[in-house]
Design a binder for this molecule. Sequence first.
Ligand code: TYM
Length: 332
Amino acid sequence: MSAKRVLSGIQPTSDSFHLGNYLGAVKQWVDLQDGHDAFYCIVDLHALTGEIEPALLRKRTLASAAQLISLGISPEKSTLFVQSQVPQHNQLGWLMECMAGFGEASRMTQFKDKSAKGGSDSARVGLFTYPMLQAADILLYQANLVPVGEDQRQHIELTRDLAGRFNTRFGQTFTIPENFILKTAAKIQDLQDPSAKMSKSSGSAAGVLELMDTPESNAKKIKSAATDAGREVKFDEKEKPGISNLLTIHSALSGKTIPALEAEFDGKGYGDFKGAVAEVVVEYFRPIRAKAIDLLSDEKHLLDILHDGATKARVVASQTLEKAYENLGIVK
Ligand code: TYM
């Protein structure tokens, strides 16, 4: 049996990925590239649904590639590419828009949240059709597994529905993908407001740990993270959301289990524990940040990697698109 296909994507909407992106998604991308046929995509077209700043988009697309490689995505093992360099994404995206109901697209919570924030006049049509482009990203590669954080669950569900509908109506065309969402770390919370997820668009910079930020700044953010009542280091998401979030982060990076961490910090206060979390985070990302900065100094090398990835991706994407067109009766 051939290796299972994996596909996932990340938006180049910030100078740096944050810790939620890494623990919820990219860390799994790295693990899955062994033993799977993995496609990882920097989704620049999706990034156009937010504020567009041309110089920043270019810079952030390259910074995303550099960070993915420094975090462990190997261009030899995985196909790493930029979405816009594979035009089949737009082409299949249109077909998905023609499969999706207006009502089901209107129920997407990310669209509802984002459009509610800015008001319906500032929300663009691209934000509404975003999930159908995402479905195309996944289905083009006949992906079996889609490693993502919890916030993408509904988009993967929609993708499965659209693929199933297409297959039933027009004949077997797409693999129905499954999400790959961790039980822990699928939702890393904001350090200042542990009731909200850590997010690029979050209100407070102090609550978001950026991988490319300086070690000093990240250590400071962790040490001033909001904590909870009491002084015991115990995992209890309801009563102690701040400490539970920090326990999840420590555990995911150090490999120690949460009960082992609770025992280690038994009788010690929040201050000692936060100091330890800061050290784990800073030491984990110190070499990764240095490598990303180094990779960014050779733009041509990064572009070559991405062009090679897109060349490989286009081969698979064009086969799927051709099959979909044929099944729809589109004349060749
Ligand atoms: P994006 O760019 O917002 O985030 C990239 C990945 O990071 C995960 N993530 C988190 N995980 C845990 N805790 C958090 N606080 C946290 N914040 C973000 C996201 O779940 C995601 O896996 N729509 C996607 C991009 C996309 C895509 C795709 C993903 C486009 N096409 C095809 C998979 C397959 C998005 O906005 O991710």
